[in-house]
Design a protein around this ligand. Structure first.
Ligand code: SF4
Length: 430
């Protein structure tokens, strides 16, 4: 039996794509082994969103070569698309796939063929269907959309993943039904720009969510991975109000809390517009978790602009922040901007906002002490099971058994060491 190992870098869309390759290879009789072990086939599902991600992608290729010089090495995804020149000349690589042909990967591996995609920029790609009916994880990601047409000035993703395109409603309903039938009762809708699902094809994200809620029996929680503020429509909020299946957590990237920086970033909103929408969401769902992404040290970000961002983060009372230092990506508009920020200043700013994130998270989660929440347990470690509530609060309960993939009502009793602990209230399915 041939063995394969896979390394996945980057976002939830990559996670979905890797899960699909894993499931299809296993179906064909291949055995998965850890990436640190000797395998016949190595797949590196790459990322190029930052310099660090790109360099980790290269490290994984070298690691695979060292582990087994005779292995078939397949390098797939965003780093291939954006840095093809440096990979095409590496003789150890047998398969190179960028933004298209991902759906051919498993057959190429199975036929032991070499395949090097002609990498070219393309803005007219069709959505490629990758099947998935089961994964090893409790929560399943479902890729509903790919690509982006927004071209924020710092972002390499529109170059790496190409134009916006969406999966068909019918294929997603069928895939979700299969996932729920295999015990994945929580589904996370993932994509590069999910708020643009169905754009130009006569359907939208709300149509998709309604179909999933109505037609996927046994679905207990539907989560959105990340959504732009401009795409949170009244229809979406109405649907959330009518269905508690939809998780009470919205991850809404703000990227900066200062209008002049947002303008240079080519983001399509102001801080005031963002704030107004958040207030409306909170008016309708007072305890909802709203988290965000922030880039610090963007080209020309002054001390005053950064301080403005800090004030905005405090004022908006996010439940947590994902903080990233700006990483210069070639071919983007920001790459040719002036006054790039010194790395040591970026580091200080990341540290400052990361500290603030801990405080905000604690303030948000403390409101849930003595409250009951439904938790889907998905990990077990030394007598403690941990899972997530609808608000994406991680809750741990001391327990001998390992009730993974099951729902329990839990009373959160205290918060310590940056996490919540609780006790079981109802040992039944939701
Ligand atoms: S919306 Fe902006 S940040 Fe998000 S993928 Fe598109 S270009 Fe990148």
């Amino acid at each position: 039996m041939k063995t394969f190992a896979i390394a996945t870098l980057g976002c939830k869309v990559n996670t979905f794509e890797s899960e699909s390759y894993i499931a299809s290879l296993k179906q064909k009789g291949y055995q998965e082994v850890d990436f640190k072990e000797v395998a016949d086939i190595y797949i590196i599902n790459t990322c190029s969103v930052t310099n660090t991600a790109a360099s980790k992608s290269r490290q994984k290729i070298h690691q695979a070569q060292r582990m087994n010089p005779d292995a078939m090495i397949c390098v797939v995804g965003c780093y291939v698309q954006t840095d093809a020149d440096s990979l095409e000349s590496m003789p150890a690589i047998d398969v190179l796939i960028g933004a298209k042909n991902k759906s051919k990967l498993v057959d190429i591996i199975d036929s032991s063929n070499q395949f090097k995609e002609q990498i070219e920029e393309s803005r007219d790609l069709d959505f490629e269907f990758l099947p998935l009916s089961s994964t090893d994880k409790t929560r399943a990601f479902l890729k509903i959309q790919d690509g982006c047409d927004q071209f924020c000035s710092y972002c390499i993703i529109p170059f790496a993943r190409g134009n916006e395109r969406s999966a068909s409603l019918d294929s997603l309903v069928t895939m979700a039904q299969d996932l729920v039938a295999s015990n994945h009762h929580e589904i996370v809708l993932s994509g590069i720009h999910i708020g643009r699902y169905g754009k130009g094809e006569g359907m939208d994200l709300v149509d998709l969510m309604k179909r999933l809620i109505e037609q996927v029996s046994g679905l207990k929680r539907l989560r959105l991975s990340s959504i732009e503020i401009t795409e949170i429509t009244d229809d979406l909020l109405d649907l959330m109000a009518s269905s508690d299946i939809i998780a009470r957590h919205l991850h809404i990237p703000i990227q900066s809390g200062c209008n002049t920086v947002l303008q240079r970033m080519n983001r399509p909103y102001t801080v005031e517009q963002y704030t107004q929408r958040v207030q409306e969401i909170r008016r309708r769902f007072p305890k909802i978790s709203i988290s965000t992404d922030v880039i610090v040290g963007f080209a020309g970000e002054s001390d005053e602009e950064f301080e403005e961002t800090v004030r905005t983060m405090r004022r908006l009372q996010f439940s947590f922040l994902h903080v990233f230092p700006y990483s210069l990506r070639k071919d983007t508009v920001a790459a040719s901007m002036d006054h790039h920020v010194d790395p040591s200043i970026k580091k200080q700013r990341v540290a400052q906002l990361s500290e603030l994130s801990k405080t905000l998270k604690s303030m948000y989660e403390m409101q849930f002490v003595n409250q009951e929440v439904w938790v889907l347990f998905d990990s077990y470690q030394s007598g403690k099971v941990t899972g997530f509530s609808s608000e994406y609060i991680a809750v741990s309960v001391l327990m001998d058994k390992r009730p993974l993939s099951q729902w329990y009502k839990v009373r959160i009793t205290y918060r310590a060491n940056h996490r919540c602990f609780g006790e079981l209230v109802q040992e039944e399915e939701k």
